[in-house]
Ligand binder design. Structure first.
Ligand SMILES: [Zn+2]
Ligand SMILES: [Zn+2]
Length: 167
C-alpha cells in the first residue's frame, strides 16, 4: 500500500489491491480482506492530496442471530500528506498527515475508513428472525415454545396505542 510521491503539478492515478488485516473488534471478524483502491494523488505546493475510492468486504456478526455475514463497504478516502520537514510550517488548520522516505502508506487510513463507514446494524437477511431472547434458539432454523412476542418493544408500543384508543 505504498505510493511514491510525484513531481509538482503531476497527477498520479493509481489502482491496486491490497490485503488489510482486520482484528476482532467492533463486531468484526478477525481476518484478512482484499481491498480495491482506485484514486489519484496530486501535489499542491508542499501538500500531497490523495483521493481514493475503497471497496472491500467485511465480515460482521448478524445483529439478530450472530451468524457471520459478509457486507461490501464502499467509501472515499480524502487525505492530505506532507513531508516531515514541512509540518512545522503548516499555517492553516487542515489536518496534514506525515510521510517519510518518499512513501505513503494508506493502510491505517483505510482501517479508519472501515470504522467510520461501518453500518449501524447488520442483518444476515431482511427476514432474519434472530435468536429467541429466552432460550437462545436460532429461530431461522428451529422454533421454540417460549412466549417472546411481548419482549419486542415495537409490539409493546402498538399494544399501548390500541389500549389508549379503547379507553
Ligand atoms: Zn441473522
Ligand atoms: Zn425460546
Amino acid at each position: 500500500m505504498i505510493i511514491k510521491p510525484l513531481a509538482e503539478g503531476k497527477l498520479l492515478e493509481f489502482s491496486f489491491k491490497d490485503t488489510i488485516k482486520l482484528n476482532n473488534s467492533y463486531n468484526l471478524h478477525d481476518y484478512d480482506t482484499q481491498a480495491e483502491i482506485n484514486g489519484t494523488l496530486s501535489k499542491n505546493g508542499k501538500i500531497y492530496v490523495c483521493e481514493a475510492e475503497v471497496v472491500l468486504e467485511v465480515i460482521f456478526n448478524c445483529d439478530k442471530c450472530l451468524k457471520p455475514t459478509t457486507k461490501t463497504l464502499n467509501f472515499t478516502l480524502n487525505e492530505k500528506f506532507s513531508n516531515a520537514e514541512f509540518i512545522t510550517n503548516n499555517e492553516d488548520e487542515e489536518e496534514i498527515n506525515l510521510f517519510h522516505d518518499s512513501q505513503i502508506d494508506l493502510t491505517d487510513y483505510i482501517k479508519a475508513g472501515i470504522f467510520a463507514n461501518m453500518p449501524m446494524q447488520v442483518f444476515c437477511s431482511e427476514s432474519c428472525k434472530g435468536l429467541c431472547p429466552i432460550c437462545g434458539t436460532d429461530l431461522n432454523v428451529d422454533s421454540c415454545k417460549c412466549d417472546n412476542v411481548v419482549l419486542n418493544p415495537k409490539f409493546e408500543v402498538l399494544r399501548s396505542l390500541f389500549t389508549d384508543e379503547e379507553v
